[in-house]
Design a protein around this ligand. Sequence first.
Ligand code: ANZ
Ligand code: ZN
Length: 850
Amino acid sequence: MQERYEPSAVESKWQSVWEEKKTFKVEERVDRKKFYLLEMFPYPSGRIHMGHVRNYSIGDVIARFKRLQGFNVLHPMGWDAFGMPAENAAIQHGIHPAKWTRENIANMRSQLKRMGLSYDWDRELATCDVDYYKWEQLIFLRMFKKGLAYKKSSFVNWCPECRTVLANEQVEDGCCWRCDSEVAQKELEQWFFKTTEYARELLEETDRLKGWPEPVLTMQRNWIGRSIGCEIEFPLKTSLKKIRVFTTRQDTLYGATFMSLAPEHPLALELTTSEQREAVEAFIDRVKKQDKIKRTSEDFEKEGVFTGSYCINPVTRLRMPVFLANFVLMDYGTGAVMAVPTHDQRDFEFARKYDLPMTVVIQPEGKSLDPEAMSEAWTGSGVMTNSREFDGLDNEEAKERIAEYLEKEGIGKKTVNYRLRDWGVSRQRYWGTPIPIIYCDVCGVVPVPEQDLPVVLPTDVEFTGEGGSPLAKSSAFATVTCPQCGDAARRETDTFDTFVESSWYFARFTSPDFPSAPVDRQAAEYWLPVDQYIGGIEHAVMHLLYARFFTKVLRDLGMMNVDEPFRNLLTQGMVCMETRSCPEHGWLYPEQVGDGKCTICGKETRVGRNEKMSKSKKNVVDPDSLIERFGADTARLFSLFAAPPEKDLEWNEQGVEGCYRFLNRVWRAIYDNLELIEDNRPPETEGDARILRRTTHRTIRKVTDDIDGRFHFNTAIAAVMELVNAIYAFDRKEENPGALREALETVVRLLAPFVPHVAEEAWSGLGHEGGIEAAGWPDWDESALVEDEKVIVIQVNGKVRGKVTVAADADEEEVRKAALTEENVARFTSGKTVRKVVVIPGRLVNVVVA
Ligand code: ANZ
Ligand code: ZN
């Protein structure tokens, strides 16, 4: 061990040792308990950022801790390597997406290695490897065979900027989640995965995901969105056809006075009379361009058009005008809504606008609603009225009774409806997994035969940025012969949404080289589910839902036998930092500010709040320069110490320096005492040694408790800092070298998951061979925790009045005596009769006086 702590020397030394010895390589070992730890794998954008540093530091602590506890820990790393940025780089800079991606991977891999993360690098995979995506193609073919993948024409979200289809989940506030441009609706033939087939299981199993944060489960539940209600049929006045509606409020059926259809409804044009045709067509055209999410939002103007036709309310037999309305969507329920203006706010606004009739069918307690006078719909509960035999019932009960009535009369039936839609997976992009399908004029849609896989993504394509998939323009790729009839045919040129790759990578990690199937069933059985998954809350819906869906699909395809992919989920907070701006020059980098002034113009700068680190706001810290200055251990320590993992972390330079000083302090404590503790005696247990030992063993207990399952890394580190303070404060070192050594070794062992390089170096400096992992996680010695004395709180008539220190093994009588003679307590009891003294051993005495 060197006298001076030099992070770069220590870190590169241990990183080579780990690499050479393959310290973190694992295999299935049935004799050992497994632990699968996974951080969400990164997109290879080029460089890691502080968010990555934090995410992977959190993961690495848990991985190393579990390893020290004796678990067989799988901790893999790979690359979510397909996606648009690579293609955009190709368009903008003329670099091939494959080259761009591979270079970024190489760069980021070496950055991650410099952080000393304990990955089994032998399992590394990139989703753009043919060896990865060929299995995805196989999964697709099997899904296709089972009807879980299908093609249909539908209106899809279309981003004009990215020139591709977006899933509903990728549209945020009507805008593209990637580039923020406004999303349009376009009718296209698309491939879908039948997520709806699993809606119920996906929903119900959220109740069993006990290790997931509640907000994530709520988001998943809301996204799946179960609604319990009825489908009801409304006959048309002029034809034998019927309009089917889905409603959750069948109790309001007697108040349904008109009908609202989605503009895309198949009956829309059929029902339109010739007088209305022009208006209807114009309306349909206009609404089709509106974003679906905006259309249904509360504050969006509700508008519609009359078709000229009528249907009949099946219970009142009154005729109802049929409208098209912008807020009715074709892909929810049946695309038709029985409008009850008195009890639904949208219908209310619509009815007022177009002067449509209203009937109150639910009267709230103690009120009497009059449709003329209503200023908004009554959406609460109440007593049924204007509903014949159901009058007088509570409306909740009427829901049930009307549902039964409808079933009996054959007018409708109870149904459950999910908001979840099938997942549209085709993208008109190049840099993705080719969908293994061939179109033949004779045979139609022909799946690529399994033995012909993989369909390899060609590299010789042109990136013009002109839209459409570059694959479609590669005739070498697109032109094929039909595998069924041998005629000339055309290849599918769409690729998969990149969320498909990230939906099963955790399974492939269990057997990344398995040559005969997407996953080795046995390996999957041993390793899955992931015991701890760690990532950002931004993936609460899409990625996590898709991964859960895929797990169930792989199970039902017989490829593995797991129901849920992630047993425990930790969603880490963001890394934030203050922003600085100059009135003249906008956002400034930290080094552009001196003494509060802009170094370009000298104007006074403004310091803004802590915000998520972002390049655009220039409030970023580059992990590389941080590691260069202080070392990876300090970078890790700070990102673990500054905040609990699920909270946002506020970056501050002083905090980083503080962590660096602490590591130096640890280093010196060990180095300075090496000689003293050289002969490796067992710890002394009496006198001063006893006090140090108690601190040592208490710290072990606290750190173990804080890490294990609770992830309170910040308080765990703080506890180790206190132990280091106690070591410095311990002045009977010469007489107690055994206890001192125990304390120092404990510091090193407890710090090992957090700052592995320093820990390894110190551990070998302390004379241990074979690496710190071999030492395992320390156990605390209960007998060392035993205290000599205890502090007892004393209450008089329930109010705290004093404290006494007694021997830890004092009996009740001694405690009672000490309590009553305590000065302050004596004041409160003097002149009064002591009625009762309640002694709670080891903690509290309550004196009752009158
Ligand atoms: C009549 C009614 C009366 C309704 C009332 C509500 C209140 P959730 O809970 O989200 O499932 N609806 C059905 N299909 C629709 C579609 N494609 N586009 C827009 N709205 C649609 O909501 C179910 C309710 O949403 C249904 O119940 C229907 O309106 C409407 F006082 O039917 B209700
Ligand atoms: Zn054919």
